[in-house]
Design a protein around this ligand. Structure first.
Ligand SMILES: [Zn+2]
Ligand SMILES: [Zn+2]
Ligand SMILES: [Zn+2]
Ligand SMILES: [Zn+2]
Length: 720
């Protein structure tokens, strides 16, 4: 799609979202954020087109028989014109995406130029933790992606030219063949009579022995990690096919799953990574286990964890490491409050246990988290391929997998079962010791250079995945105003529920489907302070008076409008809301700006300490709709009627407007239970009844399942 079209479409969307206003009230970028980040998850045409472009790159770099014809043409096109410094002979050019030369962009046809630009912009690199010997051999030799600087001097030497043009050397394998040939009765002379030299001379080489010696020097320029002559030190070998099969069964049967230290890619295309900033040249050797004197080399370890909400409403968690009674290695790992979660505790404890066990010890973990177990076994490859995008506890999980891969001993993982009850309770006990106020345990989540793998594997990515990755990289607009509102809401939510929500919890709560769509939007804008009221005008010369409430003569903030203003409206409506809430049988919490925004997070409990879902739902509806109606009444007064007191709404009008709004909401709720019409999206009858039971008019005249009837209303009469 041409750039102009992209921009046009994005502009149209922008104007639609902001109802035609030229200037968006808040940074437009916010809309593209996910709901959890305070955005609206808006599709960006530009980003989607970039994702399509990356997908095209993926198709281009896929090898194999079903490779499209255009790919061959494109390859030729890319090789046609290159920059002259350094010189890249035609026979040295294979692909700019896997070698260190670049095509001349200005000479490229448009689609190819876009491809090269996409590769640069989204940092296409070639890297893997390790490569099989076959893959190392397949890589282009000249301008090798993993070469030391010295190769630069050799790429265009006399012998290099001869090796390319007479000996036909293109790949690493080609040069390896020359080096490993039979040199029986060879001598360093131009006219050496050995079989190999004879053959080379037939091909047109004038001094075979020189080319042969140069070949070794060239291969020596390739970094150890990519050198086909070298192998990794792997005392803990890759799993056999049989072991892999057994692993799959073990995972289901809650038996020991052997951690698979396999890291080598076996296809060239699996080495392409996008969004990749760093590549590593260090080979991923494992640590040799040293035979210990007394230590047994196998140790079973039980990993426990716990999470709780403290008096301040903050989440606290800790992990527990349990080897056995009176074992001095038993340990408690305290999590920082930011990372607190039950599964985070499990991961942190595992990492600590690995890092603090002598290298000769084979660790056998038992843990109680399906997700962590999956992430380190069956799911590891996939998470890594996808760059750990949106994976919880990813920094811990990455560090664990790196640590396990680097160990020269076998480790196993197992999900806790019935027989582990006692040990697991001990491990959890060990974890609970960490719920005091002690400082968080210092965990080292640094990954050794050799085990670092950056970005997303191109061959396993999908368009939507690339889109997510592009989005994740977008600059995240930080808004002071939003941060303040989030904090106010957080404190209020703690009052209403006893728990401290994260930003993500808050954003999700105001998107709660129980709140009507327009009201959700109202709440969202309140949270971003996106309305042009009060302080917005204070700094605009000649408009300062627009920021004043004409009725009260004070600055008109949202807080003023919603709970302080003396103009007819807010007080009446909150009294009505209170009346209805007390009919439900609960005490009315004094309304504050923060509590309005936190209404979706309320947690009213019944006598047994269980959440009263119906009451919570009524509260959400009642508070959000009332607040929104107050805002609408204010806009009518100020904008439509110019703050003219003779045109204010009467108390009765205000009362009846609210009643109409709540009754409409009640009716909508009942209609939404129609499964014939809404199928799976229909509300449960029980949900609706639980919400409104207790606040209806003349309940004694209604059947038990009243939602199917007509004529029900809330138990507050209209005013004449
Ligand atoms: Zn010879
Ligand atoms: Zn030669
Ligand atoms: Zn605070
Ligand atoms: Zn006022």
């Amino acid at each position: 799609m041409p750039k102009e079209t992209e921009e046009y479409l994005d502009k149209r969307i922008k104007s639609f979202v902001w109802e035609g206003r030229k200037k968006a009230p808040i940074d437009h970028e916010i809309l593209f954020l996910s709901v959890e980040e305070g955005g609206k998850n808006l599709l960006s045409i530009k980003d989607r087109n970039s994702a399509i472009a990356i997908k095209l790159l993926k198709t281009f770099l896929t090898t194999g028989e079903d490779r499209a014809t255009w790919c061959d043409l494109a390859s030729k096109g890319l090789r046609k014109e290159v920059s002259d410094r350094p010189k890249v002979e035609i026979n040295a050019r294979i692909s700019p995406f896997i070698q260190t030369w670049a095509p001349l962009q200005k000479k490229l046809p448009r689609p190819l130029k876009r491809m090269v630009k996409t590769a640069n912009k989204f940092r296409l690199k070639f890297d893997a933790l390790a490569l099989t010997k076959d893959v190392k051999g397949e890589l282009p030799l000249w301008f090798h992606t993993g070469a030391k600087k010295d190769l630069g001097r050799h790429n265009n030497s006399v012998c290099a030219t001869c090796l390319r043009n007479k000996h036909g050397v293109r790949s690493v394998d080609d040069i390896l063949t020359i080096i490993e040939r039979n040199y029986h009765r060879h001598s360093r002379r131009r006219n050496c009579a050995c079989e190999s030299c004879k053959l080379d001379r037939l091909r047109g080489c004038e001094s075979p022995y020189k080319c042969q010696e140069e070949a070794i020097k060239i291969l020596d320029c390739i970094n150890e990690k990519w050198d086909p002559r070298l192998e990794l030190n792997q005392p803990n070998a890759e799993l056999t096919e049989e072991e892999l099969t057994r692993n799959s069964a073990a995972l289901i049967e809650k038996e020991k799953v052997i951690f698979d230290p396999r890291i080598a890619i076996d296809r060239v295309e699996d080495g392409y990574r996008v969004f990749c900033d760093n590549t590593s040249t260090s080979p991923a050797h494992q640590l040799d286990p040293i035979e210990g004197e007394d230590d047994p080399s196998d140790r079973a370890v039980f990993i426990g964890s716990c999470v709780t909400v403290n008096e301040d409403g903050e989440y606290c968690s800790a992990g527990g490491i349990w080897y056995g009674p009176e074992d001095t290695s038993n340990m408690t790992v305290r999590m920082s409050k930011k990372l607190a979660s039950k599964e985070g505790g499990v991961a942190a404890a595992m990492l600590y246990a690995i890092q603090n066990s002598p290298r000769e010890v084979s660790l056998h973990f038992t843990l109680d988290s399906k997700r962590i177990l999956h992430a380190l076994t069956k799911g590891l490859q996939e998470y890594e391929d996808k760059g750990w995008l949106n994976v919880d506890d990813s920094s811990l999980l990455r560090a664990i997998s790196a640590a396990l891969r680097g160990r020269g001993t076998r480790c196993t993982l197992r999900e806790a079962g019935e027989q582990d009850r006692w040990n697991m309770s001990k491990a959890n006990e060990q974890a609970r010791l960490g719920l005091d106020d002690g400082a968080p345990t210092v965990l080292n989540t640094d990954i050794p250079e050799a085990y670092k793998l950056d970005g997303i594997k191109l061959s396993s990515g999908s368009q939507s995945m690339f889109y997510k990755a592009i989005k994740a990289e977008r600059h995240k607009p930080e808004r002071m105003k939003t941060t303040i509102m989030l904090d106010i809401t957080r404190h209020a939510a703690r009052d209403l529920s006893g728990k401290t929500p994260t930003d993500g919890d808050i954003w999700r709560s105001i998107r709660n489907p129980d709140i009507s769509r327009t009201t959700r939007d109202f709440m969202w804008r309140c949270m971003h302070q996106a309305y042009k009221i009060g302080p917005y005008w204070t700094n605009i010369p000649n408009f300062e008076h627009w920021g004043i409430c004409r009725h009260c003569q004070v600055e008109e903030t949202m807080e003023h409008i919603l709970i302080e203003c003396n103009a007819p409206g807010q007080e009446t409506l909150w009294n009505l809301a209170q009346r209805l809430w007390e009919m439900k049988g609960f005490q009315w919490p004094e309304m504050t700006h923060g509590r309005i925004l936190a209404c979706g997070l309320v947690d009213v409990q019944n006598s047994a300490g269980k959440s009263n879902k119906g009451a919570n739902r009524l509260f959400r509806i009642l508070i959000s709709e009332t607040a929104h109606l107050i805002w609408k009444i204010r806009c009518t007064r100020v904008i439509e009627r110019g703050s003219d007191p003779s045109r204010y709404l009467s108390e009765a009008e205000i009362h009846n407007k609210w009643l109409y709004c709540i009754n409409t909401r009640l009716k909508t709720d009942a209609l939404l239970t129609d499964t014939r019409k809404y199928d799976k999206r229909a509300l449960k009858i029980r949900t609706v009844q639980d919400t409104w039971n207790g606040v209806l008019k003349n309940p004694e005249n209604l059947p038990e399942i009243w939602v199917r009837q007509s004529g029900f209303l809330v138990g507050i009469p209209p005013l004449q």
